[in-house]
Design a protein around this ligand. Structure first.
Ligand SMILES: [Zn+2]
Length: 266
């Protein structure tokens, strides 16, 4: 795909996020995480620049309380600045797996990137995760690309397999950045820690995850959605899948897995 090559070089992040999570938004992140811990609901924050003397610095617009598996994201009208990114929590027992972005998450970031004309910086975390996992498009998507993603998102339901467009494109179109949740410093995590956060404490698997396990592509997706190009993440995921230690399957899921993937459990 020659079309993508010009976007493959690493571009600079927003300067406020280059080395750490800016101190101006840390308190709000902790609040969001705490709300989610207490309520089990998603919570989102919008990162905005502001008009006036603090121009360039990043602040948060009002947080939005979401429901159990989705949340909308507020705009920056209150600060009078521009949206530079956003953060949302994934409740520890969400149907979302840990801090792995969903296809809708990736799409939302791409759509905002095109609407605003600046690469948006999106982050996910929760009270059980070691990192704040952030991802940003490598470039501003053209309309065709956005349409392809929208169509692929529409085809990716809970019971559907993940649309091939996501499998072919996400790893090329996004870069991922991690920050330590305690120090807020940018870090290069071990593959094992990435996989631990990617799975989180999720106790449920979606139908499509079972299908991906059946096809042997589950760990490719986990790698593409968390640390593209880092094959050690994929192999760590496969190791845990084989040892059955990565998710506490429910007995119904084990029955299902036995049907589709006998050798895991015999
Ligand atoms: Zn999400």
């Amino acid at each position: 795909m020659a079309k993508n090559t010009k976007n493959n070089k690493k571009k600079k992040l927003h300067p406020e996020f280059e080395r750490e999570i800016p101190s101006t938004i840390r308190y709000d992140i902790e609040e969001a995480v705490d709300q989610t811990r207490k309520t089990g609901r998603e919570h989102s924050l919008t990162f905005c620049t502001i008009k006036g003397k603090d121009r360039g610095k990043v602040f948060t617009a009002d947080g939005v309380k979401g429901d159990k598996d989705s949340t909308s994201i507020a705009d920056c009208s209150k600060t009078g600045g521009n949206k530079v990114g956003d953060l949302h929590t994934h409740p520890a027992d969400d149907i979302s797996i840990g801090t792995t972005p969903s296809e809708a998450d990736f799409y939302g970031t791409l759509e905002d990137t095109r609407d605003i004309g600046k690469r948006q910086f999106s982050c996910i975390t929760n009270n059980g995760s070691k990192f704040i996992h952030c991802y940003t498009p490598k470039g501003i998507p053209n309309r065709t690309k956005l349409q392809k993603y929208r169509k692929a998102l529409y085809n990716t339901g809970d019971l559907n397999d993940v649309d091939p467009y996501f499998r072919d494109s996400i790893h090329k179109d996004f870069e991922h950045v991690y920050y330590d949740r305690k120090t807020y410093k940018r870090v290069s995590p071990d593959p094992g820690d990435i996989v631990t956060d990617a799975f989180g404490k999720s106790k449920r698997l979606r139908g499509r995850d079972l299908k991906a396990i059946e096809k042997g592509t589950f760990c490719d997706l986990i790698q593409d959605y968390t640390a593209p190009g880092n094959n050690r993440v994929g192999s760590e995921c496969r190791d845990r899948l084989q040892k059955r230690t990565f998710l506490p399957f429910t007995s119904a899921q084990i029955q299902e897995l036995k049907k589709i993937h006998r050798y895991f459990f015999t």
